[in-house]
Design a protein around this ligand. Structure first.
Ligand SMILES: Nc1ncnc2c1ncn2[C@@H]1O[C@H](COP(=O)(O)OP(=O)(O)OP(=O)(O)O)[C@@H](O)[C@H]1O
Ligand SMILES: [Mg+2]
Length: 529
């Protein structure tokens, strides 16, 4: 039964056209009197041999060139034709029709008879290159156990069952995608961060990634990502450098960041694949934020997307500082939790904890003193944690303070920097900015956050927006602040000390947490002697 297992025969059955199907139906009449299984075997023998011979010998080729094996087969064919002369259409004439190579795998969707299913279903799971091999069966001629030859390229037996998914999306997430497509996706690709000349391996990839009119097939990008993934990005906010070889970051000469800005274009959206968008919940100067449902874990998240497309590495580096700061901080109850981030169509996406509201949008009424105390205490815990990690926020304000189930959280780390001034410093919102920042003095960046938090609480209790400039703006920075109605003097003096013009005299976040103003609120940790 060697011939019934030929890939050609199986491919032909799965890909047959309707005309070929009717030809197969005609055969039982021709083979009347045989058992059904014997009849099927006989048909398949004819099918596979005819196909095999027609492939190997063009029609009209001189008979003299045939092998003794072919000659013997042709003699048998001739005998069969003789015996069936005058009867119904001989099966050998009909047999080649199901083997038309132009049929596509999708033909398997055509209605089929129940008796065909066992053969067709096997064909459906074979890859096209298995169905139409270039060297049919000949490679196995010397093998004794020909019945047990494994399907060489069947996905079922492939060493890498994910190989098809790489084509759809080469991102790590794409590898886990549950869907895959037969379509070849085409997407515009920017190569400014992908093209480097620092490795031999990469040079060998160049022909694969040739631009054609500004477009490169997604499968070429996928291939590149498989063979040469982008280098990792160093996180400057981490206290300790993880002991990882420099090559992982692209080597010393590599000036390119490890971003793949084009992954996700043209229907290969990770955002769309992983999340269902519920609604838009906010926007800032740089980003738009959506409430989304994760399709796999069923939980709600906030996904922040940069408004602008980030065309070059400089812009991308700047944007990822926010996620690097969040990732380096890790998890804290009073900091908006970060989950993951990715680039898609040259925009940065940040998946984070979904909060109920931020204080600026929620605050219709002035904040009561007790609530303000609670808010101050909780955000100070977040700041203390951050400052201990060596990171300053630099944009503390009601807009960036969120609430979730009664817990206050600090968010939006777009201006976050290192307290030791190891990174560039970006100004936050001027309404909450201390005087030293206006004078470009950056010696105490942690105290910048203390001034901003004091100013934010002051504004929330008063219920009127702080000025952006003018005399009131200046007098606040000289330490002249109005009384806060209904608040204990102890609390008022704490706010005043937080907004001291001299950063050295402002208390640290840890000192604030130990302030007697919170005694009734929380048990104050015992002072070290
Ligand atoms: N985690 C979140 N949960 C709920 N809403 C959020 C979340 N993050 C952001 N938002 C909403 O989206 C708005 C914009 O977010 P964010 O301030 O982070 O964007 P941005 O462009 O960095 O803003 P900015 O102009 O302040 O720099 C917020 O004011 C808030 O209303
Ligand atoms: Mg913001």
């Amino acid at each position: 039964m060697l011939r019934t297992k030929t890939p050609r025969a199986r491919g032909g059955r799965a890909r047959r056209s309707p005309a070929a199907a009717s030809a197969v139906k005609a055969r039982p009449a021709a083979a009347e009197g045989r058992s059904p299984s014997g009849e099927l075997s006989m048909q398949l023998e004819h099918v596979s041999l005819a196909s095999f011979l027609s492939d190997r010998r063009p029609s009209g080729a001189p008979v003299a060139g045939r092998t003794p094996f072919e000659a013997l087969l042709e003699e048998e064919e001739g005998e069969e034709r003789e015996s069936s002369r005058g009867g119904p259409t001989p099966p050998l004439v009909q047999a080649p029709q199901p083997l038309q190579p132009q049929a596509s795998p999708m033909d398997a969707d055509e209605p089929m008879e129940e008796k065909d299913c066992c053969i067709l279903s096997q064909d459906f799971f074979c890859t096209p290159d298995y169905i139409t091999p270039e060297i049919p069966q000949v490679a196995y001629d010397s093998d004794d156990d020909k019945e047990n030859i494994p399907c060489p390229k069947s996905p079922e037996k492939s060493a890498n069952p994910r190989s098809k998914r790489y084509r759809a999306d080469c991102s790590p997430k794409g590898l886990d995608s549950r869907e895959f497509s037969f379509d070849l996706q085409i997407t515009p690709v920017q190569f400014d961060s992908l093209t480097r000349d620092d490795s031999e391996e990469e040079k060998s990839m160049e022909p694969v990634l040739q631009k054609r009119g500004g477009y490169v097939s997604q499968s070429a990008v996928a291939l590149r990502c498989r063979v040469m993934p982008p280098p990792c990005v160093k996180n400057p906010y981490l206290n300790k450098d993880p002991c990882i070889d420099d090559d992982v970051y692209g080597g010393r000469q590599c000036n390119s960041a490890g971003f793949s800005p084009s992954i996700g274009g043209n229907g290969l959206s990770r955002y769309r694949t992983d999340f269902h968008e519920v609604e838009k919940i906010g926007y800032g100067n740089f980003s738009v934020v959506f409430k989304v449902l994760n399709r796999i874990d069923g939980c709600l998240y906030a996904v922040k997307r940069s408004i602008k497309q980030l065309h070059n590495d400089g812009e991308r580096r700047q944007a990822v500082k926010e996620v690097q700061a969040m990732a380096a901080l890790g998890s804290h109850e009073n900091i908006v939790r970060y989950f993951t981030s990715w680039f898609e169509n040259e925009q940065l996406y940040i998946q984070m904890e979904l909060c109920d509201c931020c204080l600026s949008t929620n605050q219709k009424q002035p904040l009561k003193c007790g609530e303000a105390l609670e808010l101050l205490y909780q955000i100070c815990k977040g700041l203390d944690f951050m400052h201990e990690c060596g990171i300053a926020h630099l944009d503390v304000k009601p807009d960036n303070i969120y609430a979730r189930s009664g817990i206050y959280k600090l968010g939006d780390f777009g201006c976050a920097t290192l307290i030791n001034r190891g990174l560039p410093i970006e100004d936050g919102d001027s309404r909450y900015m201390p005087p030293e920042m206006l004078n470009d003095k950056y010696e105490h960046l942690d105290k910048v956050d203390i001034f901003s938090l004091g100013a934010a609480v002051y504004e929330l209790i008063r219920g009127t927006p702080l000025p952006e400039s003018g005399t009131q703006f200046t007098s606040i920075r000289e330490g002249k602040i109005s009384l806060l109605p209904g608040c204990p003097m102890q609390f008022q003096s704490l706010i005043k000390s937080m907004m001291d013009p001299d950063p050295v005299r402002r208390p640290s976040a840890r000192e604030i947490l130990r302030h007697p103003a919170f005694e009734k609120l929380h048990k104050v940790p015992a002072k070290k002697s």
